[in-house]
Design a protein around this ligand. Structure first.
Ligand code: ADP
Ligand code: SR1
Ligand code: MG
Ligand code: MG
Length: 417
């Protein structure tokens, strides 16, 4: 058993652990008496400690054998730490500016030590709730997603190379099954995990469970999630998995990483920006109506897709024939290449919109909600924001094929009620 020597840590055991690892102690400097250890985990799954010493600092993240936000009634594989570390290392190689460095991984202890993203870095979701503008966010996320997705796809790799990687990440079964359950299945049935603002949204949740078209659409997205090994995904790219300052954007927490459809990552980011957008009405005050901020959010959604698709195509142009998908001997004219790119990007756009919608819906009626909506102080306003998000997401899921341009989607969101 790989985890036979697993031991759950707490703040004081973390210090003893670091003491037993001279390489880690040397990063902090001084002796253990000089170190501060603080548990800061605010995510749904794991425990995260910040360690600071006279010379340096790092973050130590440990997976426990259950889902933190539920407790030990929901067991969960420790192997998620291995997949998280492996994706962090691979994505950092591909997008070094947007992924923290891993310093140490202890497989039996399901524990990763990584670069501490010190303040002013904060979780993007919190910045969006506060109404802070991040001028480089779209550019940085476009760069992160284009680099990681392109370079792990068959546009860049041979089938021999990619199949080996796919096989490695196939092992992240439990995390994929968690996503299948809480995103693609439970929101569309009666399930004890589900919750919504009740009784206000009871009829909305019921209507969702009775909507045949929605069920057909979600089945298609779920199949693609399970069947399409298009690229190495982050797998949980919501705004709580991104840390930001005005100048910096870093993607953390890829424990759900696996080879899946690219649109699942792009859609996670766009869908969470959409949730941030609709929730602004609930955070508006007489001093700040948040209207200007909503325009910035729309622009960020538009710029993200625009810059992402441009960067993706630029990488493809530079690497024609590198991967096995489109052999240069077959796709041998500029016209044909450009047609292939258009078709590929348009399917990716449709997937991204579909997954964006699915990600929004699960946050209103499923097990895991988002602070953007949960923190709205006025109940009636919260319900109005949640209903708007749900209705917009349903419409997007059903009618996404009518959109060929991100600006049309942004306009529809702006006009939604
Ligand atoms: P979970 O898997 O439980 O969601 P996360 O990896 O998202 O855990 O981390 C939980 C919280 O810990 C984050 O919201 C962030 O506040 C903090 N955190 C995680 N990694 C870092 C890091 N490298 N630097 C600074 N803070 C971090
Ligand atoms: C029990 S569901 C927990 C959720 O939190 C994670 O960050 C994933 O989004 C997962 O679906
Ligand atoms: Mg997290
Ligand atoms: Mg996580």
């Amino acid at each position: 058993d790989l985890h036979a020597n697993f031991k759950p840590l707490n703040e004081s055991l973390v210090a003893s652990y670091v003491k037993s690892q001279p390489r880690l102690g040397a990063i902090l400097g001084g002796t253990s008496a000089d170190w501060s250890v603080k548990e800061v985990g605010d995510g749904n799954l794991n425990f995260v400690y910040i360690l600071e010493g006279p010379k340096g600092s790092f973050v130590l993240k440990q997976a426990l054998p259950y889902v933190r936000c539920v407790g030990d009634s929901w067991p969960m594989t420790l192997e998620r730490a291995f997949f998280e570390t492996t994706v962090l290392r691979e994505h950092r190689r591909l997008a070094p500016n947007h992924v923290p460095e891993v310093y140490h991984f202890d497989h039996p202890m399901a524990l990763t030590v990584m670069e501490y993203l010190a303040p002013p870095h904060i979780i993007l979701r919190k910045g969006l709730i506060a109404g802070t503008v991040y001028p480089l966010l779209a550019q940085h996320m476009a760069e992160y997603m284009a680099s990681t997705l392109f370079h792990t796809s068959l546009l860049a790799l041979s089938t021999l190379q990619q199949r080996k990687e796919v096989a490695r990440f196939c092992g992240n079964i439990e995390m994929c099954r968690l996503t299948e359950q809480v995103i693609f299945t439970e929101p569309y049935m009666e399930a004890s995990n589900n919750r919504w603002t009740s009784p206000h949204l009871d009829a909305d949740a019921q209507a969702l469970r009775e909507d045949a078209i929605i069920k057909l659409e979600i089945a298609g997205l779920k199949s693609k999630f399970c069947e399409k090994t298009q690229a190495l995904l982050h797998g949980d790219l919501h705004t709580g998995s991104i840390m930001v300052t005005q100048e910096s954007t870093k993607c953390i927490d890829p424990e759900f990483g696996f080879y899946g459809p690219m649109g699942f990552d792009v859609g996670a980011f766009l869908g969470n920006l959409m949730l941030a957008y609709v929730s602004q009405d609930g955070h508006a005050t007489s001093e700040n109506d948040r209207e200007g901020y909503q325009l910035w959010l729309l622009k960020t959604m538009g710029d993200t897709w625009q810059l992402f698709s441009e960067r993706f195509v630029a990488l493809w142009d530079k690497n024609w024939g590198a991967g096995d998908s489109y052999k240069i001997e077959v796709y041998n004219t500029k016209e044909l290449q450009s047609l292939v790119q258009k078709t590929y990007l348009s399917e990716l756009f449709q997937d991204s919109l579909g997954y964006a919608a699915a990600k929004m819906i699960r946050r209103i009626v499923g097990i895991a909600h988002v602070e953007d909506l949960e923190s709205i102080p006025d109940l009636e306003k919260k319900v109005a924001c949640e209903r708007r998000a749900l209705n917009f997401a349903k419409q997007l899921l059903k009618e996404r094929s009518k959109y060929s341009d991100i600006r049309q989607v942004c306009n529809a969101l702006q006009g939604s009620q």
